[in-house]
Each structure stands twice: as C-alpha cells, then as structure tokens.
Design a protein. Structure first.
Lengths: 200, 215
C-alpha cells in the first residue's frame, strides 16, 4: 500500500506538474475541515454493543448447532423414516420367544432427549436472530405438528406407539432448531462487503 | 498579518507534502492505545474515534458530496476499524490505515448508490487557457462547486489532489483503467473551471448585463 503520509506526491511518475492543477490541489487542501451535525459516538457505541451481543449468541449457538447437525446427519435416514410414517411400528408377535422380540425403545430416554432438544430450541428462539417471513411460517407449521404429536401422546397407551411419537417429536424439534440456525448459516456464507477493497 | 499578495503564487505552489490536509489524517496514535483497541476496549476506541471523527467525516463528505451518505460512511468505516483492528499490523501509520477504510467505504457507498452513472469525458475538447478561477475563489464557493461535480469526477479529483493517490491507485480503487482516472480528473478540473468562472466574472464585472442591454 502506498502511504501518502510517508511517500508524498512526487513519487507518482504520472503526476505531471501543472501550475493550475497544483493551485487547484492547494485550494482543495485549504478547504476547512467539516464536522458531523451531531455527535455520532452514541450511535457507534450502541452498534458495537449490539454486534457484540449478536456475536456472543452466534458463538454460543454454533457449537451446539454443529453438534446437532452432525447428530442429525448421522441419524437422519432412520429419523426421517419414522417422521414420515407416523404409523407406529408393528407390535411383535406374541408367539415369538423373548430373544426374538424387537426391543421397545426406552421411553424415558426418549423423553429426556426430547426435553433437551426442546430446551435448545427455546434457547435459540430467545437468543437467536429473528426469522424471516418464510422461516417463520415453517416454524409455526413445525410447532403445530409438535402440538399434534403432543395430543397423540396424551392419548397413546401402547409403548411402541408412544415411543414412535416421542421419536417423531424429537425429529420435529431438531428440524425447528435447524430452522432457527439458518440465519447464522447464511450470514457465515455471505462474504463481507468491501473486503476485497482493503489491501493493507 | 496576512502575507503580501505577491507571495501568493509561492504559497499556492508549495510542495503538497508540506501542506496539512484538511482531513487531518496525519496524527500519530500511541501504540498502547492501538494495542488496547486491538484487545477490543471500547474506551480506547472512543478515544481514537473522537480523534479522527472530523477527519473521517470530512473525507467521507468530500468524496460522497452528501451528509447522509457521509454519516453512513463514517459509521461503517469506524465500525470496521474497531472490528478489524487486529488486522492492523503496524506496517503503515494507523491514520493511513483508517483513512483507507474510509476511502473504501465511501467508494463502496457511491458504487452502490450512484457511481455507476459515470459521464464520458471527451478528450478532444480544447484545453482552457483562461486563468485558474480557484485561485481567487473562497472556500464556500469552492465547496459548492465541488459538490456539483459528478460523483466519480469529484472522488477522483479529491483522491488525486488531496489524498495524493496516483492514477494507478485510483484506477484500482474504482476497478477501472488508468485512462478512466485521467479522464475523470481532466473532466473534474474543466467542470470546476466552468462552475467557478461565471461566479467570479459576475463578482468582478457586476455591470456586464447593464452594459449589454445598453448597446
């Protein structure tokens, strides 16, 4: 970078000396400095504080988001299948031996997992970036589906059905969480304006 | 005591490096203060902000020609200075680094808003041999004329004459050719002459209209 404070004008070989132009330059340089109409520092300080808070939220949510995304990627085929087919898994035949009987998922573990996911989603909802219109619609649709699952859970008696519904609830919560993370994912992918201009 | 009028040409032709620029980016910043800024201390940044606010504002205003855009430029450039302070490695004076941020931000704003409207300069126009009117124009008149220039021409004129950018550097900033920079500078100079000439003529010969109608 050329620093005019160090090098001065005469380093520019293309700068031809013309008395008129030199006079114009001198006249422009002699213009008095101006000042903004109002003190802009409070606005500046406020912007910095807001950005600090937002950044903190991102740093808080990104590791969680990464972990969630990894878990979701690994479990997706299985979870997707369950979410797409709300029909509870078939109950094992009564005549089969205990060893051949399919294991009923641990409902307690599923409930705990559901609680964790819900707490995470609520935290994202409170501290995260606001959703745009389309995302908000999707979020409302997902919340409706979770409400429907909750309704079915309250009526479910069969352990397998209950387990399936809990699993479905977890999947929906994961989808809701990822939806809340979309603004951050978009923000990290967007190049900063004017970065290419700064070459120091 | 004002200098004798006979000394004026010598005052005007003084080497630009020895002239303190009105944007006053020639202040040095204490390395400790920079270190505090790089640690993200808001108090340190406020000191720097206050010290360079006028300089940054003036530069932004001169480049953009509009107070509302200059305000945005000031805010955005200063915010970048705070957030990217760690990128400053001390190769150049801090003030120069900050000034670069302001220039970049101003040109970006202009590019977004209006700079795409660049008037084509006709190189075949004859060179104006009339005496330079800016030598006698007061600051307010000069400032008005500057603000009436097309955006690109004004920005090139200011970067070249006041900030000391070369044509190559200006071309780089605008993402255009060196001949673009040269033609915009020539256009700006010619336009400044046009804008300042009639006013000065009117000031010098206020009875011109009366004498014309009498003949």
């Amino acid at each position: 970078m050329h620093d005019r404070l160090d090098h001065g004008f005469m380093n520019d070989e293309s700068r031809q000396y013309d008395p008129d132009e030199a006079a114009l330059g001198a006249a422009l340089r002699a213009l008095p400095a101006s000042a903004p109409a109002r003190d802009a520092w409070p606005e500046m300080a406020s912007r910095i504080r807001r950005r600090k808070v937002a950044r903190k939220a991102v740093w808080f949510t990104l590791p969680a988001a990464f972990a969630a995304a990894m878990a979701l990627t690994l479990a997706w085929p299985h979870l997707h299948q369950r979410a797409a087919s709300p029909t509870p898994p078939r109950v094992a035949m009564q005549t089969s031996s205990p060893a051949a009987r399919p294991a009923v998922p641990d409902i307690g573990a599923l409930q705990a997992s559901s609680q964790q996911w819900q707490a995470w989603v609520q935290k994202l909802d409170r501290n995260g970036a606001p959703l745009d219109g389309r995302q908000l619609t999707q979020a409302v649709a997902l919340q409706d589906r979770i409400g429907l699952v909750d309704l079915q859970l309250s009526a479910a008696r069969n352990p397998s059905t209950t387990a399936g519904l809990w699993q479905q609830r977890i999947t929906l919560l994961q989808q809701l969480g990822l939806l809340h993370l979309q603004p951050y994912l978009v923000a990290t992918q967007r190049p900063a304006n004017g970065d290419h201009l700064i070459s120091m | 005591m004002p200098p004798h009028p006979a000394l004026r040409p010598f005052v005007v032709l003084v080497h630009p490096c020895s002239v303190d620029t009105p944007t006053n980016f020639q202040q040095t910043v204490d390395p400790d203060l920079i270190a505090r800024l790089q640690r993200g201390e808001l108090a340190a940044f406020e000191l720097i902000y206050r010290r360079f606010e006028r300089a940054a504002w003036t530069l932004a205003l001169r480049l953009t020609g509009r107070p509302d855009i200059a305000h945005e430029v000031l805010q955005d450039a200063m915010l970048k200075a705070f957030e990217r302070a760690r990128q400053y490695r001390g190769d150049a004076p801090f003030a120069a680094w900050l000034r670069k941020l302001v220039v970049n931000e101003a040109l970006m704003q202009l590019r977004h808003d209006r700079l795409h409207v660049i008037e084509v300069f006709d190189d075949t126009l004859a060179v104006d041999e009339s005496p330079a009117p800016w030598m006698h124009a007061d600051a307010a008149t000069l400032e008005r004329a500057l603000n009436r220039l097309p955006d690109a021409a004004r920005a090139v004129l200011w970067l070249y004459h006041v900030e000391g950018y070369t044509h190559v550097e200006i071309a780089g900033q605008f993402g255009r050719s060196v001949s673009f920079s040269k033609s915009q500078l020539a256009r700006a100079t010619r336009r400044m002459r046009e804008l300042l000439q009639p006013q000065l003529q009117m000031e010098v010969t206020p009875c011109t209209i009366g004498s014309t109608t009498a003949s």
